[in-house]
Write a protein that binds this ligand. Structure first.
Ligand SMILES: [Fe+2]
Ligand SMILES: [Fe+2]
Length: 164
């Protein structure tokens, strides 16, 4: 057993690498989700979040540069699973309306995973005195929360009703 994790700082670095892998995987998955969405507002939500996600990758790279960390080389297995399930959703034989509802269900799982990750990482950064990193992580956290709320509103306000 290696004990490379000896401090909260080590754990913070590991969490950053995990988030970096998760976000880079999403930059590849979101275009497919957007293409598959039939509702224009849902499509727009995915397109907009793709732009945000690319910016979130850049924020993590900025944090990595600031702290002198290499963030690549790790794979977030949870995101691999979430993306695989998203692909299953895309491949499913469903009506347009049900497909849109299913895409939201898959996407909200992703957002909640990210919210958990960024909430933790932002808290570690603050505790470790990495003020600038904490601020960047908090900005991303807010984008993930806003995306989750947007998807929630789309589903509750009309997409789920169309799928009935
Ligand atoms: Fe993200
Ligand atoms: Fe996200």
């Amino acid at each position: 057993m290696s004990d490379k994790l000896k401090s909260l700082d080590d754990l913070f670095q590991e969490q950053l690498r995990d988030l970096y892998s998760a976000e880079t995987q999403l930059t590849k998955a979101l275009p497919d989700m957007a293409k598959e969405a039939r509702d224009p507002r849902l499509q727009q939500a995915f397109d907009q979040h793709l732009i945000e996600t690319k910016n979130q990758v850049a924020r993590l790279e900025q944090i990595g540069r600031g702290l002198g960390l290499e963030l690549s080389g790790h794979t977030c297995k949870a995101m691999q699973g979430l993306v695989a399930e998203g692909k299953e959703t895309i491949a499913e034989d469903a009506t347009d309306e049900v497909k849109d509802a299913a895409l939201i269900a898959a996407a909200q799982r992703v957002e909640h995973y990210e919210i958990a990750g960024y909430g933790t990482a932002a808290h570690y950064a603050l505790r470790l005195g990495h003020t600038e990193s904490a601020e960047l992580l908090r900005q991303t956290l807010q984008e993930e929360q806003a995306t989750d709320t947007l998807l929630n509103n789309l589903a509750k306000n009309y997409i789920n009703a169309k799928a009935m």
